[in-house]
Write a protein that binds this ligand. Structure first.
Ligand code: SAJ
Length: 478
């Protein structure tokens, strides 16, 4: 650990001016919470003046939020700190030279999970900008979800080569992963515990100083940078694994002719000291920006690590297997659909399927990596025609999203529920059947939204994820 860094940090004194790079779902709430704290004097929000996002600069400087969806308190807070001249947004990255600490909140999607290659392009550009203007005794913190080893590896190398300074000696470097969730952006930063991992103790300590003033009920949890990177990717990897476990159980229950929800309730009844069974909910698949990629960040981290991994030879990682099980669920939805059409005496070719739900999350407009997309592709490949309804998603490249539920259901051979939006729970079998005007209408429930018996008794061919007790119900083909 470098005493020189400790010396120059002590000489500099407390952090007063902060830079936040990336004015998105992570950067904006972080920047305005820093700005709203009496501990700090000024926060610069850095945003590339690009065609797709440059508009945010003026919006933010007018005190307006460029983020979609409801974010309680965010717009008011932006306006407050802009009025108080404690937050300014700019595309002039040279201002980085004037700050005591700079955080980077830039997306790190996976270009191709199969090759475990993340697209670090935007992050590298941000880190390079920081390196160009980095001055001695500055703290640099990466908040993006990154492959374990990135902070002390790629990021450190770029910062050092661009600045000519040495991490851990001339400047502090840490990773403090975000844990934001849309709809709760401000609260999550204030109330969740904050994982803070420096490349050395001085860096960790300096980063704890940066985040402590914005934590209300949350506590700082110090550790190494790599441990922080693994913590963040593991949080989502484990959630994906839990979902895969209940999805696999649902497939088993279908094969064994039982109701997965009976088993779920049974297992969940096991309570008591030290007993934990995180049994989640089976469904049509796992979408979103977090769970679909963080497993691959973790896998890549161990793949590029210096030490040899001791693991059963030739055995797939259970984390990657979980991803494969979850990615199979839209395929299973397709298999259920084709089987149901057959039972209704119909071919897939020319059948019309109404997909209800495009968003990856219930009652949300977030359509990142939606399970409904591979399901729709498979249907089209089987010769079906497909219409899509979603009450919240406004648009999606290459897909017409209708907001007219009756219009989409009208004349359909199949209604398939892919997202558990609240309005789908109000569907009435008789109304749906009248709209479909089919002798043997089919309904495939991917989110346990409808009552199987109500639809079977109304003359539907029913299929549901995990409903082995109903999926082969008798059906009178008149
Ligand atoms: N899903 C299931 N069964 C479940 C839970 C979810 O099939 O029991 C599906 C959902 O339908 C969705 C996908 O998984 O398609 C992801 O759902 P999610 O609730 O995990 O939502 P995310 O992707 O927004 O996850 C975020 C993550 N937060 C961050 O990365 C900061 C995750 O770590 C949180 O646990 C999650 O929110 C949360 O708990 O709200």
């Amino acid at each position: 650990m470098s005493n020189y860094l400790k010396k120059i940090l002590d000489e500099k004194g407390p952090i007063k001016n902060i830079g936040v790079i990336g004015m998105g779902y992570v950067g904006i709430p972080a920047a305005v919470l820093f700005a709203d704290s009496d501990a700090f004097d000024l926060v610069w929000g850095f945003q590339r003046d690009s065609a797709s996002s440059g508009f945010k600069i003026d919006m933010l400087n007018r005190g307006e939020s460029p983020l979609k969806g409801e974010e309680p308190g965010l717009e008011e807070l932006i306006s407050k700190v802009v009025q108080a001249d404690k937050f300014r947004c700019t595309s002039d990255f040279s201002k980085i030279a004037e700050v005591d600490a700079v955080t980077l909140a830039i997306q790190t999607p996976f270009a191709d999970p199969a090759r475990l290659e993340p697209d670090f392009g935007a992050l590298i550009e941000g880190v390079t900008q920081v390196g160009k203007y980095l001055t001695e005794s500055t703290l640099v913190v990466l908040e993006s979800t990154i492959t374990p080893g990135t902070t002390g590896g790629l990021a450190k190398e770029i910062l050092e080569s661009e600045s000519g300074l040495t991490a851990g000696k001339d400047f502090a470097l840490a990773h403090a992963p975000e844990r934001v969730m849309v709809g709760r952006l401000l609260r999550n930063i204030q109330e969740h515990d904050r994982i803070i991992g420096g490349i050395d103790e001085n860096s960790t300590k300096r980063a704890v100083e940066l985040y402590t003033p914005v934590l209300t009920t949350g506590k700082a949890i110090p550790m190494s940078a790599t441990a922080a990177e693994v913590t963040k990717t593991t949080e989502n990897t484990f959630r994906d694994l839990q979902i895969a476990a209940i999805n696999q159980l649902a497939l088993y229950c279908e094969a064994m002719g039982i109701n997965v929800y009976d088993v779920r309730n049974g297992v969940d009844s096991l309570k008591g000291e030290g007993i934990t069974r995180a049994i989640l909910y089976p469904g049509a698949g796992v979408g979103g920006h977090c769970l679909t990629k963080d497993t691959y960040h973790l896998e890549r981290g161990v793949k590029i690590s210096d030490n040899k991994l001791d693991y059963p030879a030739g055995l797939d990682s259970i984390f990657v297997l979980a991803r494969k099980v979850n990615d199979f669920m839209p395929v299973h939805m397709h298999n259920l659909t084709i089987d149901a059409l057959k039972r209704a005496g119909k071919k897939a070719e020319g059948s019309k399927v109404a997909i209800l739900g495009w968003a990856f999350l219930n009652d949300s407009d977030d359509a990142r990596n939606p399970p409904s997309e591979p399901y729709r592709d498979l249907l089209l490949g089987s010769g079906c025609t497909v219409d899509v309804h979603d009450p919240h998603v406004l648009e999606y490249p290459g897909v017409d999203i209708s907001h007219d539920l009756s219009g989409v259901v009208k004349g359909a051979d199949v209604v398939a529920i892919l997202t558990g939006h609240s309005e789908y729970f109000k569907l009435e079998p008789a109304v749906v059947k009248n709209l479909m005007v089919r002798e043997h209408p089919v309904i495939v429930d991917g989110r346990n939204v409808i009552n199987a018996d109500d639809y079977i008794n109304a003359g539907f061919v029913y299929k549901g994820i995990g409903r082995g007790d109903k999926n082969n119900h008798s059906h009178q083909l008149k």
